[in-house]
Design a protein around this ligand. Structure first.
Ligand SMILES: *[C@@H]1O[C@H](CO)[C@@H](O)[C@H](O)[C@H]1NC(C)=O
Ligand SMILES: *[C@@H]1O[C@H](CO)[C@@H](O)[C@H](O)[C@H]1NC(C)=O
Ligand SMILES: *[C@@H]1O[C@H](CO)[C@@H](O)[C@H](O)[C@H]1NC(C)=O
Ligand SMILES: *[C@@H]1O[C@H](CO)[C@@H](O)[C@H](O)[C@H]1NC(C)=O
Ligand SMILES: *[C@@H]1O[C@H](CO)[C@@H](O)[C@H](O)[C@H]1NC(C)=O
Ligand SMILES: *[C@@H]1O[C@H](CO)[C@@H](O)[C@H](O)[C@H]1NC(C)=O
Ligand SMILES: *[C@@H]1O[C@H](CO)[C@@H](O)[C@H](O)[C@H]1NC(C)=O
Length: 423
């Protein structure tokens, strides 16, 4: 047994951390912010259906959300069919929607996702296909009593066509012209920079999308990870304060790019992460003699640590590429594995640093050489403050089940929600 595992077992509250995290109904109840139905503020999260056994709809903190998005329905080779796979299923979705509606929360389904968007391009690739796909989407929304649809592009081997972006706009316009589609909430989860046009450059005018989408959620996470050349922040709030090499995108630059292209701030929701990425960092690279973690240390990619119980196991992705462990730690996983206490604060024997530029946290455990870049309550508060000051529409968290006792959710709500939220 490694010292680290021993340490985890000895720190006895950790054993109950996960089960406690799955009964959030008993914690903080009635004392925390409630969203007013009159508010236009968006307090949203994605609900990963494949975690439903551990995190069933019954334990979602519904009273703190305005919108929950069930993930994923996937495109198929047949434009007339959407599939519910990988834990999303025709039995689970109605339970999710009913529970949302009983709690006055809007229920959306995300179409696509990292591995589910292989056939987007062809589904919207011709006028005939777009018309068929509008029917597919609106019938699906009707069948499952959905309030809206979220669109998300994904992995690198998807069919692509230089006209994808204009085809997507034409498709959305056709959804809006449809008597059912007109009343749906339509959202898109986007990259930090605007979509690319047929010339491969970022669109400079997204006002057409602003007319048909209710909002976009900028997925400001996975900015650094196992594929990067050094350790860096998973979800930087800011990077304009970093050295040029380390400017890989942030909430600040994402909002600047999208608004410069014409997306109004009140149609931008900030995507936030309830998880972090781990790296194997040699102790002499990790910090200085006072234990302070270096900002962008090198890591050994061939020793990718495994994350928590929800982490991807090594395998083959839908593109046929070999993949190692994902190395993802959910916020509760950092507690369970001894990096953080039950209160989400750094555990004894863990080196901790809060990076003032990215405004995100790092923890390091020297015995195992595992460093994790993640968001804690302080990072979520900073993002909440940014949302309020920038007058964004709100936030959307990937994923609802990653939090522990609403430590992250309460932090962002209390900061972002001032002026929108009744306490
Ligand atoms: C959660 O905890 C409360 C009180 O501790 C209990 O009444 C409730 O049944 C629990 N819910 C679940 C889903 O276990
Ligand atoms: C809804 O919110 C707006 C803006 O805060 C306020 O002016 C209005 O009175 C509210 N309406 C109701 C019914 O509470
Ligand atoms: C239209 O959809 C079908 C599958 O339903 C696909 O085979 C075809 O390639 C699509 N057309 C275009 C132009 O993408
Ligand atoms: C892209 O759109 C242009 C203009 O509508 C059209 O001429 C061209 O054939 C399209 N390209 C593809 C690959 O569909
Ligand atoms: C981002 O960094 C720049 C440069 O240091 C600074 O001027 C700006 O206030 C920062 N913005 C936020 C939201 O932290
Ligand atoms: C990375 O880890 C591998 C496997 O343990 C080891 O062989 C290699 O020397 C390490 N690389 C560096 C730069 O430390
Ligand atoms: C995965 O495979 C695709 C096609 O086979 C390739 O283009 C892509 O670069 C690969 N992605 C990674 C991350 O290796």
């Amino acid at each position: 047994m490694t010292p680290f595992i021993l340490f985890s077992l000895l720190a006895c509250p950790l054993v109950s951390a996960k089960s406690r995290s799955f009964n959030r109904t008993s914690v903080h109840h009635n004392s925390q912010p409630r969203i007013t139905t009159n508010s236009s503020f968006v307090s949203a999260a994605w609900y990963a259906a494949w975690h439903e056994d551990d995190f069933p709809p019954a334990v979602v903190s519904w009273d703190k959300y305005t919108h929950l998005t069930y993930s994923f329905a996937v495109t198929t080779p047949d434009v007339n069919t959407l599939a519910l796979v990988d834990g999303s299923n025709p039995e689970g979705l109605p339970v999710f929607v009913d529970t949302a509606h009983q709690n006055g929360v809007k229920a959306l389904v995300s179409v696509g996702g990292w591995t589910g968007s292989l056939y987007y391009s062809t589904a919207i690739g011709s006028a005939k296909n777009r018309t068929a796909f509008v029917k597919t989407i609106t019938s699906f929304a009707t069948k499952y009593a959905l309030d809206g649809i979220d669109f998300e592009q994904g992995i690198g081997c998807n069919a692509i066509n230089p006209n994808d972006t204009s085809n997507f706009l034409a498709f959305l316009q056709e959804v809006r012209a449809d008597p059912i589609g007109r009343n749906l909430i339509l959202t898109a989860a986007t990259s930090i920079a605007p979509w690319r046009g047929p010339d491969g450059n970022y669109l400079t005018d997204v006002t057409g999308f602003a007319k048909v989408l209710d909002w976009i959620a900028i997925m400001n996470y996975d900015v650094w990870g196992s594929w990067s050349s050094t350790v860096g922040p998973n979800a930087p709030l800011n990077d304009t304060c970093a050295s040029v090499d380390n400017q890989q995108g942030s909430a600040v630059t994402g909002v600047a790019l999208w608004t410069a292209a014409g997306m109004p701030v009140n149609q931008i929701v900030l995507g936030v992460a309830s998880y972090g990425h781990s790296f194997h960092v040699d102790p002499h690279d990790a910090g200085n003699d006072r234990g302070i973690i270096n900002a962008y240390p090198p890591f050994n990619a061939s020793m990718q640590p495994s994350g928590d119980e929800w982490d991807d196991v090594p395998g083959t992705d839908v593109c046929g590429n070999e993949t190692g462990p994902g190395g993802i730690f959910n916020f509760w996983g950092l507690v369970e594995q001894g990096f953080l206490t039950l209160w989400g604060t750094p555990a004894y024997h863990t080196t901790y640093r809060f990076d003032s530029c990215s405004q995100t946290a790092y923890v390091y455990h020297e015995k195992t050489s595992v460093m994790v870049s993640f968001d804690n309550a302080r990072a979520f508060s900073a993002k909440g403050q940014f949302i309020r000051e920038t007058k964004l529409r709100g936030f959307a968290m990937w994923e609802a089940g990653g939090d522990l006792d609403d430590i992250l959710l309460d932090a962002i709500l209390l900061d972002a929600g001032k002026g929108y939220v009744l306490t």
